[in-house]
Design a protein around this ligand. Structure first.
Ligand code: AMP
Ligand code: MG
Length: 346
């Protein structure tokens, strides 16, 4: 049995929660544990220890050229950890830390295990906005490397049960703080050049970043899934349920037509839709991912919904698409990856 610590989300100090001290002690012993953040569950390990970081890659089955994000609990820690804090980064930290914004900095030699950065001369850092994550990091006294706590290629975990489904027998334990909030991962932003570049869209939107630092670029490889992404992790297939997903760039009538065609061929068909359209479809498994009029609900339920298709026996899944505005940019990025960039148009 995996160790599971239940913690209330209003934890404010490690003194009131022996579970936090327990989890932090395990991190100090270079073991890996999962814990909630405001985006998804993270799989944490001591970012200074080669052995500890190796255990993350082993547990996830993650390719070793995909670097990890380091999580800190205090803005003032940052100066000791990186070579330089560009002024755009300093402004964004003021505005959005703690929060779902990961910033790329030039490395300072000898600070982190080289396995964290996959040999790059930069390092990705963020301060999560979750009381449990912050309390654990603070209590460990360490910078904590933490990718999403799923097996590589699977949808990211938004509950402790998802973590257990993927990693039982592979990690020391999971701190269960209930469902995560945002539902998609942090935005990864490179501020080391002239214009900040979004390497991965996420919880802090392009619009929110532009409010603080003006013009922001988006890594062009994100669009088609072609070319070499500057964020190594973006080249891997991700977030996929067992059945193949197809995004449909068309009306719900057109989606229903596709469903009917596949069912006529004897296939079991799934539809990923929204609350607004739920009653319209006729298919084998129809799941609502949230409300189209509030894309935050879609982000919140996205991975859980993708995982839920695995509980049905569908052979193929058709998914609605979403406007690439606000958090919609992150939602569409994850859906495109889940679908291997397959889009069907009338
Ligand atoms: P995950 O840990 O699964 O949320 O993924 C972390 C993401 O951050 C991946 O897409 C990584 O490629 C990206 N990342 C981490 N470190 C760097 C870095 N130094 N430069 C660019 N991207 C990075
Ligand atoms: Mg991940």
């Amino acid at each position: 049995m995996i160790k599971r610590w239940i913690v209330e989300n209003d934890v404010d100090s490690k003194e009131s929660y022996p579970q936090i001290v327990d989890a932090a002690t395990i991190l100090q012993q270079d073991e890996v544990i999962a814990f909630p953040t405001e985006t998804v569950y993270g799989l944490g390990a001591n970012a200074k220890s080669d052995r500890a970081v190796e255990k993350i890659f082993e547990a996830k089955g993650r390719p070793s050229d995909n670097p990890l994000i380091v999580h800190i609990s205090n803005k003032t820690q940052l100066e000791e950890l990186v070579a330089d804090i560009p002024s755009a980064a300093a402004k964004l930290i003021e505005a959005y830390w703690p929060g779902p914004l990961t910033l790329i900095f030039k490395n300072k030699a000898g600070v982190f295990s080289s396995k964290v950065t996959a040999g790059l001369d930069t390092v990705a850092i963020r301060m999560p906005d979750h009381p449990v994550a912050l309390a654990i990091i603070e209590a460990s006294g360490l910078p904590i490397a933490a990718p999403s706590a799923n097996r590589s290629g699977k949808p990211s975990p938004t509950t402790a049960q998802h973590v257990i489904d993927d990693l039982e027998g592979r990690i020391a334990g999971v701190v269960d703080g209930g469902e995560t909030g945002v539902g998609v991962e942090s935005t990864v932003l490179d501020c080391t050049g002239e214009i900040p570049v979004i390497l991965r869209p996420g919880g802090v939107t392009k619009e929110q970043i532009e409010e603080v630092v003006g013009k922001v670029a988006v890594d062009p490889s994100l669009k088609e899934g072609k070319g070499a992404p500057k964020s190594p992790g973006m080249k891997y297939t991700h977030y996929a349920p067992d059945a193949p997903v197809y995004l449909v760039d068309g009306s719900r009538e057109y989606i229903q037509q596709l469903v009917d065609e596949k069912r006529a061929e004897g296939m079991k068909v799934g539809v990923l839709t929204t609350k607004e359209y739920l009653a319209y479809f006729n298919a084998d498994t129809i799941l609502s991912v949230g409300e189209r009029r509030d894309l935050h609900t879609v982000a919140h339920h996205l991975y859980d919904t993708l995982r839920a298709f695995n509980g049905s026996d569908v052979d193929i899944i058709f998914s609605e698409m979403f406007p690439e505005k606000g958090v919609g940019l992150a939602i569409m990025n994850r859906l495109q990856k889940a679908a291997g960039y397959r889009v069907i148009k009338p």
